[in-house]
Write a protein of this length. Structure first.
Length: 349
């Protein structure tokens, strides 16, 4: 099973506060961004802004520079999670420039990403999410035609099981690639694009086939062993498709609680970014406990220089020495810390 820094996908849209809800939402809304955390978030956004290239892309270290589309998408999500959009917020220009970079990266056939990377559907998926979210907020006339091409690639490359894998061909599938495409489709549908409901329904069926009854977790592919990151990705995708109260989601959430470890493997960042929105949507004490754990860990590991903050992956020890660069880490952790701002309408029930 392969994992790399492109596995992470998330769907974050800046927008209104979570709507009125029963018990779980009431507790979720008691989880707030305290003053210390807010300073870190502001410092991290400032640090990320200083790392943007003139062409709008992000990436610092070699492994990040090999995947500028994905790094840019992740970073745009961090800004959106804190309320910054094209034309809105202190970093509006950074977001606009990053959005244009992604649009310029869309190829004539709709693919977006590095074709020389054998796993480029990861880049395609996360970039599709970022573009769909930004389109949903801006309704940019220039963005829609390109986004439609990007989404058509996803729809046409779904395999007969309902999933996706490394390349845009309808053959094999795995949970990591599938989740990115599912979230992109849902974000695009929410933005008003035409997405066949059957495509989303078949994807949900594939994700459910990866459930592992003996543990309550989810597997990379049907019939394999369950894992923390795989489970987080699976229940996250089910929830954004509206299955908030599905029994498999609850079992997966319980599995995450049982299996959580600080600095859990080289995939800690990837797994916890999926897990954070998943547990956020669970709400209640589950979200309060989850955010409390991550907040404590991330604030203890952050590096602060003057008025900037960032996470040096080589020093945090959170990913077991895995190849995770500072832009990726800082973008992911900033998104996690910003979740109590509730700028996430896709997660509204």
């Amino acid at each position: 099973m392969k994992f790399n820094i492109l596995f992470l996908g998330a769907s974050l849209l800046a927008g209104p506060v979570f709507g009125a809800d029963s018990g779980p939402a009431a507790v979720r809304d008691t989880v707030t961004v305290d003053a210390k955390t807010e300073l870190v978030i502001k410092g991290a956004l400032k640090w990320l802004a200083t790392k943007q290239a003139p062409n709008g892309a992000w990436g610092v270290e070699p492994q990040e520079l090999q995947h500028p589309v994905a790094m840019t998408a992740y970073t745009l999500m961090a800004f959106q999670a804190a309320g910054h959009l094209p034309g809105e917020g202190e970093y509006a220009k950074n977001v606009s420039l990053g959005m244009q970079y992604l649009l310029d990266s869309v190829q004539p056939d709709g693919l977006i990403g590095n074709r020389n990377d054998g796993q480029y559907m990861y880049s395609h998926g996360v970039a599709s999410i970022a573009l769909a979210e930004l389109y949903g907020q801006t309704k940019s006339a220039a963005a829609r035609p390109k986004l439609e091409k990007v989404i058509k690639v996803i729809v046409s490359s779904q395999n007969e099981e309902g999933g996706w894998r490394y390349r845009p061909v309808a053959r094999e599938a795995d949970i990591s690639v599938t989740v990115l495409q599912v979230v992109a489709l849902r974000a695009a549908k929410n933005g008003g694009l035409d997405v066949p409901q059957s495509t989303i329904d078949n994807a949900v069926k594939y994700v459910k086939r990866c459930f592992h009854p003996g543990t309550g977790g989810f597997t990379y592919q049907p019939g394999q062993s369950p894992g923390f990151a795989r489970t987080a990705a699976a229940i996250y995708s089910l929830q954004v498709c509206g299955l908030y109260d599905d029994p498999l989601v609850k079992k997966g959430s319980d599995y995450l609680m049982k299996e959580y470890k600080e600095g859990q493997t080289e995939y800690w960042t990837y797994g916890n970014f999926y897990a954070a929105p998943a547990q956020y949507m669970q709400g209640g004490e589950t979200w309060a406990k989850w955010y409390g754990k991550l907040n404590k860990t991330l604030l203890a590991k952050v590096t602060t220089k003057n008025d900037t903050s960032f996470w040096d992956h080589a020093k945090t020890g959170l990913d077991g020495g895995g190849a995770v660069g500072p832009v990726y880490s800082t973008a992911v952790y900033t998104m996690i810390l910003s979740m109590p701002y509730h700028y996430i309408p896709l997660y509204q029930r």
